[in-house]
Structures are given as C-alpha cells and as structure tokens.
Design a protein around this ligand. Structure first.
Ligand code: FSO
Ligand code: SF4
Length: 546
C-alpha cells in the first residue's frame, strides 16, 4: 500500500505498512482497485455523455458513493469494498456495451477501462494499481490533489442527493475529472483542472447548503446541552442530516434519547430537529475522542460517515457500532440504504438502545452555535457596527478538522491567545479545540461563531462575500479576515480548493502541509495563492492579527 491522502500520513510522507487511520494494507489496495475501475467507468460515462448526452442516475450515484467510501476512515469493511469492485466492473462493462451500441468513440488506453478479473484475483491486481504507478512526483501530486478534491465533492454531493437535491453538472465534472487524470495531461493542464475542481466544489457546497436549509430550515443561534438524561440513548455521528431526520422520527416516543457526536453537533442548530423533545444535545468531543466517549456513552452509536476509529479489541462498545451509507466497519452492523423512497429502517439500533444503560455524564453546561449565513445576516448591523467602531478588529477563520496529533494543541493556544477584539469564524470539527473555552463575547457577539459542519465553510464564504458588499470592497482579501485552517481529510481539500476558487489568498494550512503536495506543486500554491503553513502561536498571531 501507499497512501498519503490525509494529514496523518505516516512520517508526513505516506502510510506503507498500515494506515495511521487503521486501514490495513489489503483494504488500502482494494480501495486503489476500486478507484482504478471507477476511473474506467468515468472514461466511458464521460464519452457517452459528451457524444450522446447519455445520463445514468445509477452510474452517477455509483461513482459518488464509491469515491466517498474511499475517503479517510469512512469505510473499514473490505468485504463491502470488494463487492463494490465487482459491481464497478459490471457497470463499466455495461457502459462499454452501451458505447459500442451507440457508436461512441472511447479512448480505452487506460487499463481500468478493460481489466477484468474474478474476485479471487482482486487482491493480486489491487497491489499493482496504486498511486506510485505515476512516477513523476509533480504529476502524481496534482492528480491526487484533484482526486482528493473530487472525493470531498462526492461526499457533499451524496448528502445533497439523500435530500433529493442533485446537480448533473457536478456529476459530469466529477466523472470528467476522474477520466482526465487517466490521460497524459501536463502540469499546466492539471493546475487548470485543480482550479476547476474548486469551482465545482463551490457549486456542490452551495447545493448541499440549499438541500440542508430547504429541508430543515436555516440554522439559528442555539445553546446546545452537553449533559445527559436518564434514558438510554443513541449517539449519532458523521454528517448526514437525512439519517439524522429519520433517526429522530423513528426514536420519537420509544423512550430512547438521541445525542450527537463530533460533526453531527450542528444538527442541534436546525429548527426542524429542535422540535424533538428526545433530542438531548451533544455528547463528547471530536471524532478522535470516540474511544473514550463511546465507552461511557453506554448506548449504540450510528456512523453516517467518517470519521471512524476502529475500536480496540477489548473495547466494550464494539458490538454497539452501527454504520450506514458510505460508512462501514468489519464486525459492525450496517443499516441498508433507502429503497423505493422509503426511510431507512433504524429499528434494530433502537431496540438495541432499549437494552442499554443511560449514558454516563462526562460534562455539563452548554455550547453556543448556529451562526450560518442567514443567522449572521440577521445580526449584520451589529457586526458591521462593531467592525466600524473598532470593537471587532479582525475575524479569523479557523474552520476545518480536528485530529489526534499533539501539535494540534496549537489551535487551542491560538484561540486562547488571540486578542479580545477578534472573532473566530469556524465550521467543521476543528472547533472542538476551542469551542468549550470561555472566550467571551464582543457586545453580545460570541467570540466563536460556529457555522456548522465542514461543508458549512461555504456559509463562511457567503458571509465574507456579503461583508465585501457591505463595505464596498473590490477584493475579498481587503476584508479584515485572516484564514488559519486546520485540515485532516479530503473534505477539507475540497473546502480549500473552493476557497482558492473564490479568490481567497494567504490561507494558512496546518498543522502540517499535505504530504501529497510535491515541493514544486507547493511552490505553485505559495506563489499564486500565498498559501502557507503555521509556525508558532505568537508569531502567527502577530502575522495574522498585526
Ligand atoms: Fe471532521 Fe472527520 Fe467534517 Fe472531516 S469529523 S474530519 S473534513 O470527516 O468532514 O470535519
Ligand atoms: Fe495513512 Fe491517512 Fe491514508 Fe489512512 S488515509 S492510510 S492515515 S494517509
């Protein structure tokens, strides 16, 4: 195996024996094989679309689901990934026949267009189709940057799809990008494709924002309870709000409470979910605290997406884990997809919860959030006045992800040491590094404004564009906003590419720069976009706040 797609890549270079995320060598290879055949699908589907206007909802869904399932720590179920490879070959061959029938010309030089094998041959083939086959490190770097952006886009597209919102232009782009990177493109062409990925990233996040707010209302200022009640509970993690909705509806009146974990916290901010009396609040912290949080929770846990940490052999909660959607874990129970427009069936996890003890209280109090674009616009006058009067000197976007590495303490210290006339704008699980600190407020405006999940970074961009308009500026970079973003996995990659597409410059990315950026590609990003890493808290505050 060789994988360097996330921030925790071994030694800052890449995982080669076993993933730091817990992925075994054979699973990592099988994911490479899945991408290999999926790219073959994309070569055919793109040719069919471009030459005959062919569109297959089944193919579109299969492609984004497959990409999503290979994201860092979403799926640890090798059997499920292997079945997906079988299905991929079947779909690709169906498209091949379709292309033949329709007289569509397809360049099938890429081996993923033609390779066939029986399941017992998959492992051997899987070990030969990894990303190191691209020997030019700069070309590999750009191709992987695009791939990771598209994977993040796939995750967001899937959430929107689940709510009935689709954009075929996004599907067409994802498939074209995956097809294009099988060709011999030069660095300039790949840089152009990278920027285009950012453009579609914005479009996908806008679509998901519309899907979420149309379905569940605009997030509003909310005090989220951190304590527990005395009933058994289900802990729901990940990002999928459709799963959240159906779980709340099906648990109502059963005596089972529902709590959010990690990135599901922002579900608490949506009007449509607040009406449920058995929706208690948030339990625990960001994803990587799950080994402790799940022990004391006592009840079953539902993973709707990543970030999964495979449980230790002696974990008491091993048999309390359920996955659904693109998430998977060997040994966990998987709740099947919706069929024929019917909701998923969560009865097994609900019955399981009834047999469990209530959660142990690990903290009390509340945290405040719900500052997505509409809520901030409602406060616009107050915010603009505070900026004009100098009460707010600067906004610091500290969106992104949390992670296990010790050096992420930087973000807690950074938040603590920021001058009191600054406001943090956040989204994603990065917020757990500072959202429980007593950072106070500025004239009633909390100093940490949480817009929601990582995809709600889109909301932060919308807020920035609105402020640019209010202050009548020509350039988004003239705003008193600095960007100090923490990244972990591929959704953060699409957020980053989206911000670059929107023209945001001088983003600081930490705790380390991606291992997949070759020195030359990193140089392009530094020279054209002013991207930089982080140094020390004091130095960076001086640099970003002045
Ligand atoms: Fe975090 Fe995980 Fe949301 Fe990611 S829980 S790290 S960028 O999956 O998607 O912010
Ligand atoms: Fe390593 Fe990250 Fe890849 Fe997992 S996803 S194998 S931790 S680089």
């Amino acid at each position: 195996m060789f994988c360097y797609q996330c921030q925790e890549a071994a030694k800052g270079v890449g995982c080669t024996i076993k993933g730091v995320c817990g992925k075994n060598d054979d699973l990592a290879n099988m994911m490479d094989l899945l991408l290999f055949v999926t790219k073959g699908i994309c070569v055919y589907s793109t040719a069919l679309r471009e030459q005959k206007g062919y569109e297959s909802p089944m193919v579109n869904k299969f492609v984004f689901d497959s990409l999503f399932s290979t994201i860092t720590n979403a799926n640890f179920d090798k059997t499920a990934i292997t079945k997906r490879v079988e299905k991929a070959i079947e779909i690709r061959n169906m498209l091949r026949d379709e292309a033949q029938k329709k007289g569509v010309k397809v360049d099938t030089t890429f081996e993923g267009c033609t390779w066939e094998g029986k399941p017992e041959e998959f492992d051997a083939k899987a070990a030969t189709v990894g990303i190191l086959n691209e020997t030019n490190e700069d070309i590999r770097s750009l191709k992987e940057l695009i791939t990771y952006g598209v994977k993040g886009m796939a995750a967001y597209a899937e959430h929107a799809y689940n709510l009935g919102f689709e954009d075929t232009a996004v599907y067409a782009f994802m498939q074209k990008a995956m097809a294009d990177i099988t060709k011999n493109l030069n660095a300039d062409e790949l840089v152009a494709l990278t920027l285009e990925t950012g453009k579609y990233g914005v479009q996908t996040m806008a679509l998901l924002d519309k899907a979420n707010t149309t379905s569940y209302g605009n997030p509003e200022i909310t005090k989220v309870n951190l304590g527990v009640r005395n009933n058994p509970g289900i802990l729901i993690s990940g990002h999928d709000l459709k799963d959240m909705e159906e779980l709340l509806a099906q648990t109502e009146g059963t005596g089972v409470d529902v709590y959010t974990h990690s990135e599901m916290l922002p579900a608490n901010y949506y009007p449509a979910f607040k009406k449920y009396k058995h929706f208690v609040g948030n339990y625990g912290s960001s994803w990587w605290h799950q080994r402790e949080d799940f022990e004391s929770f006592n009840g079953p846990i539902l993973f709707t997406t990543n970030c999964i940490v495979p449980p230790l052999a002696n974990a008491s909660y091993k048999d309390r884990i359920y996955t659904t959607g693109a998430a998977g874990l060997e040994g966990a129970k998987h709740i099947p997809d919706r069929e024929n427009g019917k909701p998923k069936d969560f009865s097994a996890i609900i019955e399981h919860a009834k047999r469990c003890k209530p959660p142990v209280e690990i903290e009390k109090g509340e945290i405040i959030g719900g500052f997505a674009h509409e809520q901030v616009f409602a406060l616009a006058d107050k915010v603009v006045d505070a900026v004009k009067s100098g009460a707010i000197r600067k906004f610091i976007v500290m969106a992104g992800c949390d992670g296990r590495m010790k050096d992420r303490n930087y973000y807690t210290e950074f938040a603590e040491k920021l001058p009191k006339d600054t406001v943090i704008l956040t989204a994603g699980c990065a917020k757990y590094r500072y959202n429980k600190l007593p950072l106070g407020d500025i004239g009633g405006i909390p100093r940490v404004l949480d817009a929601g999940q990582c995809n709600d970074s889109y909301s932060l961009a919308v807020i920035a564009l609105k402020l640019k308009e209010v202050f009548q500026l020509n350039d988004i970079n003239e705003l008193p906003i600095a960007y100090n973003i923490a990244w972990y996995e591929q959704k953060a990659v699409i957020v980053l590419l989206a911000l670059l597409y929107l023209g945001v410059k001088n983003i600081h990315l930490g705790p380390t720069l991606p291992a997949f950026l070759s020195p030359n590609v990193a140089k392009v990003l530094v020279e054209n976009f002013g991207i930089g890493g982080i140094t020390t808290v004091d130095e960076d505050i001086k640099l970003m706040v002045g």
